[in-house]
Design a protein around this ligand. Structure first.
Ligand SMILES: Cc1cc2nc3c(=O)[nH]c(=O)nc-3n(C[C@H](O)[C@H](O)[C@H](O)COP(=O)(O)OP(=O)(O)OC[C@H]3O[C@@H](n4cnc5c(N)ncnc54)[C@H](O)[C@@H]3O)c2cc1C
Length: 495
């Protein structure tokens, strides 16, 4: 079918769904995005509440550097992203260790001088990977053509790439050990803390290649998005509409209708029905299965490392508390040195010049910590008293960790709201509130966009390369690539 005649429905206005929709609309397809909420962005939304505009989950804009996935996407869609680079991506704090993460490694090298050869290797790997990701990554490979294309890209770009590919089966722990860095608990904790927020697992399990690009973030640049991270999705939604598509809010898809391997339509909770030639589901596979009524059998066995959800506090605060920081983000590991479950937190506050983000003289703060979802759903089952008690305990734990580094924290708070995995499930439609994508333990055990239906593809952070704005945009390009291949193949078969 000609692209202009192709009716594509996207379920969900997360960054992955919107990027895919916008690229297809730009190419001429008829795109309709159905979003359950009344705002776009999902995990990377900015929502309004009592005079504040809070970033729901994601707070750091990444991939906007020259040639990065967001930069290329913006140029292709004619979007001028309202971003500015932070001088320091974020500050890391554990007890008396305070490390700024600017686009150079100076502070880290001063504190951990033996780590220099490790960072040199990381930089070489990241350079290759950014190069491979330009214009999309044909991964997971679907045959010889994809492999040949990847090899051509890598070899043409960097002659040393074959050596670097030897990292593809290494864990970060093995990589650290090869430099004798595994015996430095402060360095391992620092790396683990960075990996947990970027590849959703720690050095023992994280794949070295995934980690190399994740650890590059402070160097490639952390960007502040004017108006909050949700502006990215608002601009993508506008790009879809400018190219003749539609983004419809309060349209929760409750069912996908299919015959054998072919999807032909969708139904929404308000009783609408839509036909589709292709469907892109901006959902985790478990949530998709609930809509198709069929288990979406994964093509590969994913990592055995369980996925995370998040516990998040949204606070109205006096910004004076953070006035000595060189950035709008600080990562704090509590005195225990443990990670996740309220023991380590990521704090972001709205810039002072963004007066629409908070009532006068205040700022909008998002504090997140990784948590396993099961305990929250079990507490909910036991009744609201048990659930609220757990919520209070986590709130106290997070505020204790914040107070260790900012003793006046509690007095600076003007309002407070907490989101648990139950909240995440409700607001993003993600099964068990599992957010942040899959733990990146292997380059090979990864999910691609294909599903058990010929004309239904996944987009978002449950497919390779996983979480983050540039991650889901790269995944969206792969979904489009497969969709167009499938459309061409069907066209040839019908001739
Ligand atoms: C706490 C936290 C902090 C993070 N920090 C960062 C960061 O600083 N920088 C960064 O780059 N990334 C960060 N991430 C990761 C990033 O936010 C995600 O990887 C990315 O936003 C996921 O996008 P997605 O395309 O998978 O869609 P999602 O964000 O999952 O959105 C899916 C959309 O689909 C909609 N939907 C679901 N079901 C239905 C249905 N049945 N019908 C209609 N609509 C439906 C939802 O309402 C939602 O809008 C963070 C994530 C979290 C949770």
């Amino acid at each position: 079918m000609e692209l202009q005649d192709l009716n594509v429905v996207v379920i969900g206005a997360g960054v992955g769904g919107l990027a895919a929709g916008a690229l297809l609309a730009r190419k001429g397809a008829m795109v309709t995005v159905l979003e359950a909420q009344d705002y776009p962005g999902g995990c990377a939304a900015t929502f309004a509440r009592e005079g504040y505009r809070f970033d729901a989950g994601a707070t750091i804009g990444c991939g906007f550097h020259n040639g990065g996935p967001m930069d290329i996407l913006g140029k292709e869609l004619g979007i001028q992203w309202p971003v500015s680079q932070e001088a320091v991506a974020w500050q890391y704090r554990h007890n008396s260790i305070h490390l700024d993460l600017p686009p150079q490694r100076l502070g880290i090298l001063e504190r951990f001088p033996r780590s220099a050869p490790f960072w040199k290797e990381q930089a070489d790997l990241a350079k290759l990977l950014w190069h491979l990701a330009e214009g999309g990554l044909s991964w997971p490979a679907k045959g010889a053509r994809d492999l040949a294309r990847l090899a051509r890209k890598g070899i043409a770009g960097l002659p040393g790439s074959a050596h670097l590919l030897s990292f593809s089966k290494k864990t970060v722990h093995e990589w650290l050990a090869s430099h004798g860095l595994d015996s430095d608990p402060d360095f391992v904790r620092f790396i683990d803390a960075q990996l947990l927020v970027s590849v959703q697992t720690t050095s023992k399990y994280a794949n070295a290649i995934n980690a190399a690009i994740a650890l590059d973030l402070p160097l490639s640049g952390s960007y502040r998005v004017k108006g909050g991270i949700g502006t990215v999705s608002e601009l993508l939604a506008a790009a879809i509409e400018e190219n003749g598509g539609a983004v419809l809010y309060r349209k929760k898809v409750i069912r996908i209708d299919s015959v054998r391997r072919q999807v032909f339509g969708l139904e929404t909770s308000d009783g609408s029905a839509l036909a589709a030639d292709f469907v892109l589901a901006n959902l985790p596979p478990e949530s998709l299965s609930l809509l198709t009524g069929q288990e979406n059998k994964p093509e590969v066995v994913m990592s055995e490392s369980p996925q995370w959800s998040a516990f998040v506090l949204y606070l109205g605060m006096d910004p004076a508390l953070f006035s000595a920081l060189p950035t709008h983000h600080v990562q704090i590991i509590g005195a225990s040195g443990e990670l996740a479950e309220g023991n380590s937190i990521f704090v972001s506050f709205s810039p002072g010049d963004e007066t629409n983000r908070a009532p006068e003289g205040l700022c909008a703060v998002t504090i997140s910590t990784h948590t396993r979802p099961e305990q929250w759903f079990q507490a909910k089952e036991k009744g609201s008293a048990v659930y609220l008690e757990l919520k209070s305990a986590y709130t106290a734990r997070v505020l204790n960790v914040l107070s260790e580094q900012f003793p006046e924290a509690r007095e600076s708070i003007r309002s407070i709201t907490a989101a648990t995995p139950v909240t995440w499930e409700r607001y993003t439609g993600r099964f068990q509130g599992l957010v942040g994508g899959y733990p990146q333990t292997s380059l090979f055990k990864v999910r691609g966009p294909a599903t058990s239906f010929d004309n239904l593809f996944l987009v978002g952070d449950s497919i390779f390369p996983g979480q983050s704005l540039p991650g889901v945009v790269t995944g969206a390009r792969r979904a489009i690539e497969l969709l167009l291949q499938r459309n061409n193949k069907t066209g040839r078969e019908q001739q």
